[in-house]
Ligand binder design. Structure first.
Ligand code: 1PR
Length: 532
């Protein structure tokens, strides 16, 4: 019997999907006594440390869980499911963890690296493990702002280390108890293999708590992520299609371009090695996204077959439907998460939120979509999709906005520009620049920036490095560079010039001009770390 400990604090759909995909059935832990009856127990911790411990207490799970773990019975903890095994965490001061492993969980220093640590990284195995032995060379998908460090007191527990500025514990193991800081359900084939081994292998032979080899050198390196993006909308025939614009104009001779079916294309990109897939519902700003059942169905079907992170954006804001029923932005996001999203992206609404934040003198009031969604699903689940356009000026004094000297002069030879935020798919420019936007969104709790460029979108002329550089310097959260990729060299030039975590492209992948593997080969040839 495989039992899932879901304490209801977040989205564990992808764990369910991975296990179902492997042909296993899950039962739910519903009462404290179910824990001791479990034959294999999976604990995918989601949300904040304090919330997780609170839920476990409330449901009376603490004592049976401690007894199950102390007996070394088959257990697979994921992410927070590893962190709660420790004594406590900086994330929730004063809250006691399960206390099985000595040590406190700490926050990464965002002065040194982008936080959260989001993306693919390696593992250095410190002992033999029936679950991880075959996966020692694979990269796994991590997303966390807090980590546990190896110490003399917990060294016997350490199964694997990973490096992100400093080494941290990426897996622990004692008898048949294993816990992973990374997400096997989002780590493609390597992650599914770990599940398979946990679900099917004879774990009674797992070595007891013993630190039997020094962790191998060299240190692991986080990979630059390559993201395939699908702009999705209904075409004039009423079919949901992947489309692609030039400077956001998706019509050719008046007709919406149709580049394929969303689920089919997304699956193709997963098979071809995309590190992440993004769906942008590009007309959701004018329709009520929860009425768009085909789009939600696309997400459901994609999440059943794709085991890398899925982001979905479009229309995340409060709505009142025709019957007068009010939906909050959190309600919209919750439906996207329930349908299989790992992250949601907010475009137009983020611009309006940033304007209000600035009007209040740089404070939030807790009610914005960014704050609400980050509070429930975590900062890492909130991506801000930015749609900027260049506004040229002769002299920086001609604007109050963050202005740069540009190497790409304007149409009248202007030597300076600022990057204006737009809403409604680029249709409306606002009196807000990208730096004001991203700084406000980070302060309110966003976890990542997806940085488009209307000027470069669909052009194939390469990324707008000046824009990307400016945004990189303004935030400490991860940045995804987007728009304009035309060749593999554009990706190498991007990563060589700016320390962003990811690059996103659409047109070249849809039109099969450049396969994802070719992009990765070019990166490897330039000594830039990727996931194979
Ligand atoms: O404003 O919260 O409803 O979200 C709408 C979302 O839809 C936003 O994320 C916005 O970027 C996106 N969107 C709206 N209209 C369009 C359009 O094209 N008409 N697409 C649109 C934006 C930009 C990228 C694109 C890259 C790479 N697409 O996602 O994929 O530019 O393209 P390339 O590699 O071909 O150059 P809301």
């Amino acid at each position: 019997m495989i039992s899932l400990l879901d304490y209801g604090a977040g989205n564990v759909r992808s764990v369910r999907n991975a296990i179902t995909r492997l042909g296993f059935e899950l039962t739910e832990i519903e009462r404290p006594e179910d824990i001791l009856r479990a034959q294999r127990l999976i604990f995918p911790g989601v949300g904040a440390f304090g919330t997780a411990m609170h839920c476990l207490h409330q449901r009376g799970y603490i004592e049976p869980l401690r007894a199950y773990l102390a007996a070394g019975r088959p257990f697979l903890g994921i992410c927070l499911g590893l962190q709660t095994l420790f004594e406590g965490s900086e994330e929730s001061p004063g809250v006691e963890g399960l206390g099985l492993i000595p040590g406190q969980v700490r926050r990464f220093d965002d002065q040194a690296r982008s936080v959260p640590h989001m993306g693919w990284n390696g593992i250095r195995l410190c002992k033999d493990s029936p679950l991880l032995d075959e996966q020692a060379d694979a990269k796994m998908y991590f997303v966390h702002s807090y980590y546990a460090a190896a110490t003399a007191d917990n060294r016997d527990w350490v199964l694997a280390l990973t490096d992100y500025g400093q080494p941290f514990i990426s897996a622990v193991q004692y008898q048949a108890v294993t816990a992973l800081q990374f997400h096997p359900e989002k780590s493609a084939a390597a992650g599914l293999e770990i599940f398979k081994r946990f679900l099917a292998a004879d774990l009674s032979t797992a070595p007891a708590r013993r630190h039997n080899k020094p962790p191998p050198a060299p240190q692991t390196q986080p990979a630059k992520r390559i993201i395939a993006c699908l702009d999705v909308r209904t075409n004039d025939q009423g079919d949901l299609v992947v489309t692609k614009g030039d400077q956001y104009d998706v019509r050719e001779r008046g007709v919406v371009r149709n580049l394929g079916k969303p689920v089919d294309l997304a699956q193709r990109y997963y098979q071809e090695g995309a590190d992440e897939i993004a769906f942008l519902n590009i007309t959701a700003f004018r329709d009520f996204p929860l009425a768009d059942q085909p789009m939600l169905e696309v997400l459901r079907r994609a999440s059943e077959a794709i085991f890398v992170p899925l982001t979905i954006g479009g229309g995340i804001r409060a709505f009142t439907d025709n019957e007068g029923q009010v939906y909050s932005a959190l309600d919209v996001a919750a439906e996207y998460f329930r349908s299989g999203a790992d992250k949601i992206s907010i475009g137009s609404e983020a611009v309006l939120i940033a304007e209000q934040y600035r009007a209040r003198g740089g404070t939030g009031d807790g009610s914005s979509a960014i704050e609400q969604i980050a509070r429930v699903y975590g900062n890492q689940a909130v991506v801000i999709s930015v749609d900027p356009r260049r506004v040229y000026v002769d002299n920086p004094k001609d604007t109050t906005h963050h202005c740069i000297h540009t190497e790409q002069p304007g149409p009248n030879g202007e030597t300076h520009c600022w990057f204006q935020c737009t809403i409604r798919g680029g249709r409306e420019g606002r009196d807000l620049d990208v730096i004001e936007l991203v700084a406000a969104c980070q302060a309110l709790g966003a976890g990542e920036i997806l940085l488009n460029s209307i000027d470069r979108d669909g052009s194939g002329h390469g990324f707008d490095l000046e824009l990307i550089q400016q945004v990189r310097q303004a935030v400490t959260i991860p940045v995804i560079a987007s728009s304009g990729a035309g060749t593999p060299e554009h990706f190498t030039a991007l990563f060589a010039a700016v320390d962003v975590e990811a690059a996103l492209a659409a047109g070249i992948f849809h039109r099969r001009e450049v396969p994802i593997r070719q992009v990765k080969s070019a990166l490897r040839a330039a000594d830039i770390e990727t996931r194979d």
